[in-house]
Design a protein. Structure first.
Lengths: 257, 315
């Protein structure tokens, strides 16, 4: 396939993905906006005013980066897992399989689609947060890199989940039983300095902790971990998950007989 | 002339050990209108699935217009349009979007894709439905949508797996006309069908497959020459209470009361008409019953699987 044709195919997949989540915006864009507004009101304003200062910032300012990241992670993952699995379920994935689109373009298209929704939600939540607190950027490149790479990583995670899923239950198990607990325990609402030594150690094996802290460093300038180590880890994870995804596509795992 | 499709030694063994294809060889010439016939589970869809990259082969070679799917898959796919047996589009998407998106997967820019989509949606009578979500279409419209989608990148080889299944007679005929026109314009067409009348009406060459093996691969004309008898349907001026006994001919009445007569190859029809005249039966029209291929098909499949034949006899 020629390069310009591959670019057209890539744009087609991305456009279709964006069209899909925009068409069902009450299911895709509205819920995280409502949920995050409630977090801002309840944890930020009502409870946060009694918690006081954390890492030198008022509680609302402290949780905003984590909540933005939480929205980006869950939306990126959800977009790819639900879109790709429903294509498998409806067999419309065959439209792609019979076409000459290379596997890496298929993967890039879906990941970009997931990132579009994840970053779009991130922007919405950021704008909403401005109604509750003032945001200043400490390190803009770190903010951009962290949010883009994290969104790509969880889009890849959603893709692998969709490849492996055989029924609708399978696409909710990971978000419910793995992603949500890891996010809540990933330092969104607290600094791990508050935890006893043992639990601090346990927290360090949670990859989401690194992403939340790298992003918080970019905005507030404070972090429980080295943000550059966090960035490096995200890049390593992206490389591994990309290789796994491409291997699955090449073997036709769950999509070819 | 290049063959549109070349299949050599194609084997497919599924994970549970079931051998769906046992070394198939098949050549389809460019410009042909080819039918792949066989009973359910014979291996038709598996064969076409492998050609279209929807099924992984276990062994063998497949070339589409000379492009090997192992080494030049992208080139092979560019020449291929596929109409599958089951509806396989996103039911929530609009008709126009489904067709233009498919064109995009082939690298066709949106402007050109839109022109091509309009051309085929108009030809297939779906232009008025272009902004309708696919789920709102009737079964026949959905079949036509899949044909438009398969043609949007102007493939040289069109593969249709049971394209007229569940489609009413009028629509089936209009789809035949459309496919004949596509073939006249140079598109090679391969179809599988359960309607043997369809294969007889449309195709020039036919392969019969059963239990993962090709039983015959020849021209329709040669295949039909194997028939030892031909069946005629005679409409009479007066309704008949029972089929007349004709010396040298077997006759019976069909469900609509028309007289059906089997005539052996080389046997003169004059003898039949003389006897009918003597019995005072006036024939007002006569036609060939379009089931010749069906008879041959059943015979071949039964020969290949004697146990099925015995069960059929017992029933």
């Amino acid at each position: 396939m020629r390069t310009d044709a591959m670019l057209t195919a890539y744009k087609t997949i991305v456009t279709r993905e964006i069209r899909r989540f925009m068409r069902i915006w009450p299911q895709t864009l509205l819920p995280p906006a409502v949920t995050m507004t409630l977090y801002f009101i309840i944890f930020g304003n009502l409870i946060g005013s009694r918690i006081g200062v954390m890492d030198g910032f008022d509680y609302m300012s402290f949780i905003v980066p984590g909540l933005i990241m939480m929205a980006v992670i869950t939306s990126s993952y959800a977009n790819v897992v639900s879109s790709f699995f429903s294509m498998k379920f409806q067999r419309s994935i065959e439209e792609l399989l019979v076409s000459p689109v290379p596997n890496w373009i298929i993967l890039a298209g879906y990941v970009t689609g997931g990132m579009s929704r994840g970053l779009g939600i991130g922007l919405i939540v950021t704008l909403l947060s401005l109604g509750f607190t003032e945001l200043s950027i400490h390190h803009l490149p770190m903010v951009i890199l962290t949010v883009f790479l994290t969104s790509a990583l969880f889009s890849l995670g959603g893709f692998i989940n969709a490849m492996l899923a055989t029924k609708f239950d399978d696409i909710s198990i990971v978000p419910t039983f793995i992603l949500t607990p890891l996010t809540y325990l990933g330092g969104v609402f607290y600094s791990i300095d508050m935890l006893p030594g043992f639990w601090q150690g346990v927290s360090m094996i949670n990859p989401i902790l690194y992403m939340v802290n790298a992003f918080r460093y970019g905005i507030l300038g404070v972090s429980d971990v080295n943000p550059y180590v966090a960035l490096g880890m995200i890049v390593v994870f992206i490389t591994i998950l990309s290789a796994v995804s491409l291997r699955m596509l090449a073997r036709g795992k769950g999509i070819r007989h | 002339m290049t063959n549109a499709l070349e299949i050599e030694g194609l084997v497919k063994t599924y994970g549970d050990g079931f051998e769906a294809l046992k070394g198939i060889d098949l050549h389809v010439a460019e410009g042909d209108f080819f039918a792949l016939l066989g009973p359910n589970g014979a291996g038709k869809s598996t064969t076409l699935g492998i050609v279209c990259s929807l099924v992984n082969k276990s062994a063998g070679k497949v070339r589409v217009f000379g492009s090997d799917i192992d080494t030049h898959l992208s080139d092979a796919k560019l020449n291929l349009g596929v109409v599958p047996q089951e509806f396989n589009f996103n039911q929530f998407e609009k008709v126009f979007d489904i067709v233009t998106t498919q064109a995009g997967y082939y690298g066709i820019p949106l402007k050109k894709a839109s022109e091509s989509a309009e051309k085929y949606l108009r030809q297939l009578g779906l232009w008025d439905k272009r902004n309708t979500p696919a789920m709102m279409l009737s079964g026949g419209m959905k079949r036509r949508l899949m044909i438009a989608r398969a043609l949007v990148h102007e493939p040289k080889l069109l593969i249709l797996d049971e394209p007229t299944a569940g489609v009413d007679i009028e629509l089936r005929r209009s789809m035949w006309t459309f496919l004949e026109e596509m073939n006249r314009q140079g598109t090679t067409i391969i179809l599988t069908t359960h309607y043997l009348e369809e294969a007889e009406a449309l195709c020039r060459n036919i392969a019969i497959i059963d239990h993962g093996r090709i039983l015959r691969n020849t021209s329709k004309r040669e295949l039909l020459q194997q028939l030892s008898s031909e069946t005629f349907v005679l409409d009479t001026a007066e309704p008949l209470g029972h089929a007349p006994v004709l010396d040298g001919f077997y006759s019976h009445l069909d469900g609509e009361g028309a007289m059906v007569v089997d005539v052996e190859k080389g046997q003169s029809l004059n003898g039949m008409f003389i006897q009918l005249e003597e019995k005072g039966i006036r024939v007002v029209s006569m036609r060939t019953k379009a089931n010749r291929l069906e008879e041959l098909f059943i015979r071949m499949v039964e020969d290949n699987n004697p146990s099925t034949a015995r069960e059929g006899d017992a029933a």
